[in-house]
Design a protein around this ligand. Sequence first.
Ligand code: ZN
Length: 176
Amino acid sequence: MLLLEILKYPDPFLKTKASEVKSVESEVKTLIASMIETMYLAKGIGLAAVQVGVAKRVIVLDVPDENVEERQKGKNLVALVNPVIVKAEGETKYEEGCLSVPGITADVMRASTVAVRALDREGSPIQIEATGLFAIALQHEIDHLDGVLFIDRLSRLKREIVKRKLKKAFEAERAL
Ligand code: ZN
């Protein structure tokens, strides 16, 4: 197992559209295991392969139950290969953040309920119905596989403000 480096905005790789995984072989299983460790170390609730520089349609999530103070690591852990949203209903707004866009959060509109079809980490087909934060996180992670960041989903004005902030932070970091 290997800890992976999480790419940060404005790394151009984050715009990559990932390819489908042809079969869930050991290489993909190792990637999943490493992504899970990397997600936990970074204290994230989700991570997409594109964020660690791999152009494969793989995401991992462990979204804590709502209204639960102490997070039970691994309780809701899922690894999904080739996830596809097959149903999206309702609307919800949530203040999202992202391991690849540190220091920024913003309200994003998403579907409130989704159904996702995918393969699990053994390569078996599964379908997941999700609501609440889990539904939001699934949409956020699947977006990463299409090279889309949550800041790309903001209104143009808000996006410009956020991008200016990020540019300043990036330049300040480089100046050190
Ligand atoms: Zn993200």
